[in-house]
Design a protein around this ligand. Structure first.
Ligand code: ADP
Ligand code: MG
Length: 238
């Protein structure tokens, strides 16, 4: 489960239309990357899907069900924030447990899900540490763990690696791709980094000023960019 469809979704801030009517289908299990220059609307689009912003028009459906008016907690999606959103005074275990505790989940079920997430992320030996005692990559994994325990229909990432150094970023990209294979769950990943898009995506959505310029696999976009913007962005000549 994790098919997401946007039907003529628009977003205005005041009089400014940041997202003109936009149609998009994300298939169950797909790794979709939204890529485009700063300010093109990537975060806004992700926040509309997450329900952190209300649409100005159009419809969002998740697994066929209308989701446009559902609050974020009822959409069954999990947003992964950058690792600095962790609680520094809480252990890794408590950080990961936090959303489940808020939802009033029974303790034994919480424990089962924490153990699963820790295993998937190689964090089993670090559950009793605090974020300050972890490396940057481990902290980012904890932030992902907090999403995994919700067992979401899809994971939403907004430039999760942008505050990591270059070497660590390469490693985390591979870990997130690995995790996608393990979990087989829809992932939507926002980045302005072409390399990230080309190496991680099943499907790339190229955005410019809130418009979808092109949607396709990395190879399709590379071989057959629709225009010079896409060509320039993906880095192949046209
Ligand atoms: P990106 O994530 O691609 O950098 P954003 O989605 O953050 O782009 O922003 C898209 C456009 O919407 C930008 O012009 C930005 O200034 C504007 N915008 C984003 N959020 C708000 C807001 N809460 N109020 C007004 N304008 C906003
Ligand atoms: Mg953004």
């Amino acid at each position: 489960m994790g098919r997401i469809t946007l039907d003529k979704v628009t977003k205005k801030f005041g009089d400014v239309e940041v997202i003109p009517p936009l149609d998009l289908t994300i298939e169950d299990g797909e790794f979709v990357v939204f890529v485009g220059p700063s300010g093109c609307g990537k975060s806004t689009l992700l926040r509309l899907i997450a329900g952190l912003e209300d649409v100005s028009g159009g419809e969002i459906r998740i697994d066929g069900k209308p989701a446009t008016d559902l609050p974020p907690a009822k959409r069954g999606l999990a947003m992964v924030f950058q690792s600095y959103a962790l609680y520094p005074h809480m252990s890794v275990r408590k950080n990961i447990a936090f959303p489940m505790k808020m939802a009033g989940m029974p303790e034994d079920e919480q424990k089962r899900r924490i153990d699963n997430a820790a295993r998937a992320l190689n964090l089993t030996d670090y559950l009793d540490r605090r974020p300050g005692q972890l490396s940057g990559g481990q902290r980012q994994r904890v932030a992902i763990g907090r999403a995994i325990v919700r067992e979401p229909a899809a994971f939403l990432f907004d430039e999760p690696l942008s505050n990591l150094d270059a070497a660590l970023r390469v490693g985390m990209r591979m870990e997130i791709s690995e995790l996608h294979k393990k979990l087989d769950t829809t992932m939507i990943y926002v980045t302005h980094d072409q390399v990230e898009a080309m190496t991680m995506a099943d499907k790339i959505v190229v955005l410019r000023a809130g418009n979808i310029e092109q949607v396709g696999s990395p190879l399709e976009l590379y071989r057959n960019p629709r225009n010079t913007f896409v060509a320039g962005f993906i880095g192949s000549p046209k």
